[in-house]
Design a protein around this ligand. Structure first.
Ligand SMILES: Nc1nc2c(c(=O)[nH]1)N[C@H]1C(S)=C(S)[C@@H](COP(=O)(O)O)O[C@H]1N2
Ligand SMILES: [Mo]
Length: 166
């Protein structure tokens, strides 16, 4: 009798404590900002308020009209800071790792993004076809004009990490 009562108590305690923890884990909110990190002069965090306040641009990709902030503007605001010194044209050996909140990653060379070189016009999009991004796309989707498939169009973007090739 006593032991089954103890079991019931433990069961109830696990239930009462465990359920809210489980719910909290499942309801993990979409990241509230895109962070610009790594080899930059100053790290940035762009949140829901900051993004629409920056100069906007648009891009059409796969029959969708995206609006957002040019990726190059954000990289310029953060300031490229090559980690390897004494190199001619040091940004030519730098790259950006774009990461979604679940760990999905896609890499861009700084040169392909540079308006003086590849000029891809990549956008940190926060609106599509005149409305906020779709459910599941998060706060920001990286939109990449010129890519034939949207494989690098990282949704639920949380980080842009600048690195220098060794
Ligand atoms: N965060 C994140 N972004 C991602 C992916 C992913 O798995 N995670 N898949 C990519 C791939 S391979 C494709 S084809 C497109 C699919 O986007 P869509 O469902 O809007 O067509 O999203 C890209 N962006
Ligand atoms: Mo894909």
């Amino acid at each position: 009798m006593n032991s089954s009562l103890a079991f019931l108590r433990r069961f109830l305690a696990a239930w009462v404590l465990g359920v809210p923890l489980l719910v909290a884990a499942q309801a993990e909110p979409t990241a509230q900002a895109v962070r610009v990190t790594g080899a930059v002069a100053r790290e940035l965090a762009l949140d829901r308020q900051a993004l629409p306040a920056l100069p906007q641009a648009s891009a059409s990709v796969a029959d969708k009209a995206y609006e957002g902030v040019p990726l190059w503007d954000v990289l310029s605001a953060a300031g490229l800071a090559p980690a390897v010194a004494g190199r001619r044209h040091p940004t030519l050996s730098m790259y950006v790792l774009a990461r979604g909140d679940e760990g999905y990653q896609a890499l861009f060379s700084v040169a392909e993004l540079d308006p003086a070189l590849g000029a891809r016009g990549a956008l940190l999009a926060h609106r599509v076809n005149g409305a906020p991004l779709g459910a599941g796309e998060g706060l920001v989707r990286l939109v990449v004009p010129g890519d034939l498939k949207p494989s690098r169009a990282v949704f639920r973007l949380v980080e842009l990490r600048l690195q220098s090739a060794p």
